[in-house]
Design a protein around this ligand. Structure first.
Ligand SMILES: [Mg+2]
Length: 381
């Protein structure tokens, strides 16, 4: 990471106008954290001088400074007296929009002393080093990657009970090499699995997409049928352009979003394809005409994702499953926790919940244009 880190430690590298670590502090504060303990080694004064006691951010920051060569296990052990009975451990080089409520619910349900966050890595974003069993516990952790069929990687955001740290031996120990094997052997290392990418300052090649992600260009995700156009009755489909009927205010909404700089992404269940009511070519034809009319009226559509599968095919993309939302997350490096997904039925709301999006439903009481104007106004704040 040199020369970037000649005069500052890695988490102080500036991303989207501020140190990476400041993005993390704001993220965690937004999830309810008020007390922070920074474990520092390299150039600690750069961090201390910048953050002070944390009051500028409305939080309380303490420090534990130990030798540069200390591994995470030793750093945590040496800070033991300052730890709460249960705490969240975050590596200083990973950003991931954590849903703390969901994580806490799971942690209390599994009744394990430690839960790590696991990126599922189904898109080969990084190297897989572990396996998670059907019950949601880490069953293999193999940093050397000798085990076949590894799937997922640990990204910290780990909830740990202090009792585990009290049992750690002295010496310069690696946290994962010391803690993980006995926990795994006893089925005690819970995993919180996520498909939402994390963003890192761990390697120079990751910096451009981390910059893109934390620049937070606004984006919106929309369902199609019942949001853009009149919905066909259940088990019937809009099969060609002559069957398409725009709902009022849609083109105006898309123009307003475009003018406000939003990426506009459509996700749509189209089971009519695999049910034989229409072909994929029919769907593309409809979408070409839809996109052209949107563009004529000053709008824009950046991407359309559709699920062609029948109801009983068990795919990962058909809503209420969140597969298409995660696909969009990966393709556009979206922060789903800040992205509104507008739909018109319960499956959309469920998909939004599963992906961690902000759900919104159009209804007779609330038009698309009203929702869109609210989303734009909130983004400007
Ligand atoms: Mg719909």
């Amino acid at each position: 990471m040199r020369p970037l880190t000649d005069i500052r430690p890695k988490p102080m590298i500036e991303i989207a106008g501020k140190p990476f670590l400041e993005h993390q502090v704001e993220l965690l504060r937004g999830q309810g954290f008020k007390k922070f303990l920074f474990l520092l080694g390299y150039l600690p004064d750069v961090v201390k001088n910048y953050f002070g006691d944390g009051s500028k951010w409305g939080v309380q920051i303490e420090y534990s400074v130990t030798a540069v060569e200390d591994l995470t296990g030793r750093r945590v052990k040496l800070a033991e007296k300052k730890l709460d009975d249960c705490f969240l451990l975050v590596y200083c080089d990973n950003y991931w929009p954590l849903p703390m409520d969901k994580m806490w619910r799971r942690f209390t349900e599994v009744n394990a002393p430690m839960m790590v966050t696991v990126y599922s890595n189904q898109d080969n974003y990084t190297k897989s080093v572990l396996k998670v069993d059907d019950a949601g516990f880490v069953s293999v952790y193999d940093k050397k990657k000798k085990t076949p069929d590894l799937q997922g990687t640990e990204i910290s955001f780990a909830i740990i009970r202090k009792g585990l740290i009290e049992q750690l031996p002295d010496g310069n120990i690696s946290l994962e090499e010391t803690l993980f094997p006995p926990l795994i052997a006893n089925k005690q290392l819970a995993a919180f699995v996520t498909h939402h990418r994390y963003y890192s300052v761990g390697d120079t090649f990751r910096l451009p997409i981390t910059e893109q992600f934390l620049s937070r260009r606004p984006a919106i995700i929309l369902d199609r049928d019942g949001v853009f156009n009149e919905k066909a009755p259940r088990a019937q489909y809009v099969r060609n352009w002559s069957e398409w009927k725009w709902l009022p205010g849609v083109k105006e909404s898309l123009r307003a979003l475009n003018e406000a700089g939003f990426k506009i992404i459509v996700v749509s269940n189209q089971a009519g394809i695999n049910r034989g009511a229409m072909t994929e070519a029919d769907l593309h034809d409809i979408h070409m005409k839809m996109v052209a009319e949107v563009e004529q009226s000053g709008g824009r559509i950046d991407a359309i994702y559709f699920c062609p599968h029948d109801w009983d095919e068990g795919c990962e993309c058909r809503k209420p499953k969140p597969g298409m939302l995660f696909q969009a997350q990966h393709d556009f490096n979206l922060d789903l926790s800040r992205t509104v997904f507008i739909g018109d039925d319960e499956r959309d709301a469920q998909a939004a919940e599963a992906a961690g999006c902000i759900p919104a439903l159009v209804s007779e009481k609330r038009t698309l244009l009203e929702i869109v104007n609210e989303v734009i106004a909130n983004t400007k704040k």
